[in-house]
Design a protein around this ligand. Structure first.
Ligand code: IZC
Ligand code: ZN
Length: 413
């Protein structure tokens, strides 16, 4: 008989339902069960009950008493750059003197600074550093996340970063979706030769990443002074040819057409979308692209916030993620994205829960595995030190989890 866990005495169980991403009015639909219980077996949910009933087959299970608290699905962080060398606190004086994110990158700092540190770090150093981040993320309620490469830019270091991601997925309880982001910046050795760097990404690195099965997704930083739409299209099409599903950093700073491209290439998700206008959103809607919004980055860069309400109105599925990276968002606390989703996107609490669970799971290609509390899904749950989800959206700055269940195993704080 397998390992069984019964989570009982759940005051309120709140979850979206299904394995597909939710858009429009559906984004705001959550199932709410009172006095609920969840039975887990061998890391999977086998039954969910309400109104004080206990699932059949609960006998002999280890019991976790939720004490009348709120339980939701484990959170999914669909956009991180979690594996990197160094940090970038040295940019503070430049920022205080008025330098922007792109000014710093154009001067050879920013991403390129992180590239230098990541190239210099050993695989083990990167692994240990990243593992500590994941440990803390798990206590914050994140049970699945996406991680991008993009701090190597050369073949050797990109593969090193992707191998670290694979090892984290193998050894850490948090499940990880890997994304190859070779087209993240133009490395020094290709300065002024962006098209040649794109050739290298398409012809040399993508085939290798695909052959070694080191990533499921291919991403590109489509941005002023980085990769234009034509170059981004080349990268994403080359990825598709090798079975890597497209994602795109679009309209983070300037609207140069990234959202439109996401619709044309059939991207799984477009990310940031701070500067996206109606045409870009229309292309996303037609292409069924998930909008992966990163409000902590808007906050940290002092930018405006993506038009989340308009996206929901148009029927674009919205996910919220952290964007954890050493430059524009040195935070992996997804609870802060939840708070900003409420305060700055004016999303409803139910819409936010969908955005950090099932829609984010779909952006990671895992809607069938996680993101809701239903029989057959992974037993990934958060027990919140809160009576309802509104409380989680409303309080900020503290970790509001009480316990996190990952694959049927409880981590109590
Ligand atoms: O390291 O600056 N926006 N890429 C695109 C980033 C932020 C990560 C970084
Ligand atoms: Zn990013």
């Amino acid at each position: 008989m397998g390992e069984k866990l019964l989570v009982k005495n759940i005051g309120l169980l709140q979850t979206p339902v299904g394995s597909e991403c939710h858009c429009g009015a559906q984004q705001g639909e959550n199932q709410k069960l009172k006095n609920a219980a969840v039975l887990c077996e061998d890391g999977k949910i086998t039954a969910v009950t309400a109104d004080g009933a206990l699932p059949a087959g609960s006998e002999g299970a280890a019991v976790y008493d939720a004490g009348g608290r709120l339980v939701t699905p484990g959170l999914v962080d669909a956009h991180t750059h979690l594996v990197f060398g160094g940090w970038r606190q040295g940019e503070i004086p430049l920022k205080l003197r008025g330098a922007t994110y792109l000014d710093i990158l154009r001067a050879g700092g920013g991403i390129l600074d992180t590239v230098r540190h990541t190239r210099a770090a050993s695989e083990d150093e990167l692994f240990e550093k990243s593992r500590a981040f994941l440990d803390e993320m798990l206590t914050l309620g994140v049970t699945t996340c996406e991680i991008k490469s993009g701090y190597g830019l050369d073949l050797e270091t990109e593969l090193k970063q992707l191998r670290v991601i694979r090892r984290l997925n193998d050894e850490h309880p948090v499940d990880i979706a890997a994304t190859y982001l070779g087209a993240h910046a133009i490395p020094d050795e290709y300065k002024g030769r962006a098209d040649e760097y794109v050739d290298f990404v398409c012809q040399t690195v993508i085939p290798r990443v695909a052959e070694e099965k080191l990533a499921s997704f291919c991403d590109v930083f489509c941005e002023d002074s980085v990769f234009d739409v034509a170059q981004s299209r080349r990268v994403l099409e080359a990825g598709k040819k090798h079975g890597l599903r497209p994602k795109i950093h679009a309209d983070e700073i300037e609207e140069i057409g990234g959202a439109g491209l996401s619709g044309e290439v059939g991207a799984v998700s477009a990310e940031h979308l701070i500067a996206t206008g109606e045409r870009g959103m229309e292309a996303m809607r037609r292409g069924g692209v998930i909008a992966c919004l990163l409000p902590q980055t808007s906050f940290y860069l002092g930018k405006t916030f993506a038009p989340a309400r308009r996206m929901i109105e148009l029927g674009i599925p919205v996910a919220l993620a952290s964007d954890f990276n050493p430059g524009s968002c040195p935070s992996f606390n997804l609870q802060l994205s939840i708070n900003l989703g409420l305060l700055r996107y004016q999303m409803l609490p139910e819409e936010i829960l969908t955005a950090v669970t099932v829609n984010a799971a779909c952006a990671c290609g895992r809607g069938n595995l996680c993101g809701t509390l239903e029989a057959g899904k992974q037993a990934d749950l958060v027990v919140w030190d809160a009576p309802d989800w509104e409380m989680v959206c409303y309080r900020f700055g503290s970790n509001q989890t009480k316990a996190v269940v990952k694959n049927g195993r409880v981590t109590e704080r």
